[in-house]
Structure formats: structure tokens, C-alpha cells
Design a protein around this ligand. Sequence first.
Ligand SMILES: [Zn+2]
Length: 117
Amino acid sequence: MKNYSGSCHCGAVRFSFRAPEINSAMQCDCSICIRKTAYLTPFKVMQDDMEITAAGDALKTYRFGTMAAQHHFCSTCGIHTFVEPRLSPGTYRVNLGCIGGSDTLHLPVEIFDGKSL
Ligand SMILES: [Zn+2]
């Protein structure tokens, strides 16, 4: 397991988590993920392994449809930092672009068929 830390663009939302080595990325093609085109962790981060700190009420959550998935984002800079997937609430897929030092665009990418859910 490794320790990772990350933030939104403006730094109002910060987080750290423990997880295996990140050597691939996941992209989801559901109606919101296709719009933000974020590269996500290929695994889910357990709630107990995730620590989130947010300035004031910077961290907002967008829900739609069944309202089950929680798309968390910074209300100051607009960056989607992580999502709690509909099928596994209480876990997180983290936006790899928010993690310091990650070479996200060079990782092999797996497409998750979210639009069929
Ligand atoms: Zn921000």
C-alpha cells in the first residue's frame, strides 16, 4: 500500500488516501464522466483509507438520476476531486489528475461502461 495526497486546483479541497500502486487509469463513459473526462483510480478507495479536508463549505456534491452516485467537487475552482460510485457508496474513485506527481495521461486506460448502467 502507498500513501497518496491530492487536492483540487485552488487547494480548498485536500485529501489523502492509502491504496495499491496506481499503474492504470479508469475512464467512465456515463453522462457526467464523459463530460468531465477525468481519469480515475482503477480501484475503489475504502472510506477508512480516505481522509478529506475542505475549507469551509468548499466541497459540494452533485447528484442526478437515481441520486445515488455522489460526484464531489470544489465549488471554488470547479474541479471534480472524487466520486462515490452508485454501485458502491462509501468508497471513492479519485481523479488521478488531482494527485500530485502522477503521470496520469501516460497510464494505460480502461473504459468503464457506465452509460449502460
Ligand atoms: Zn478548488
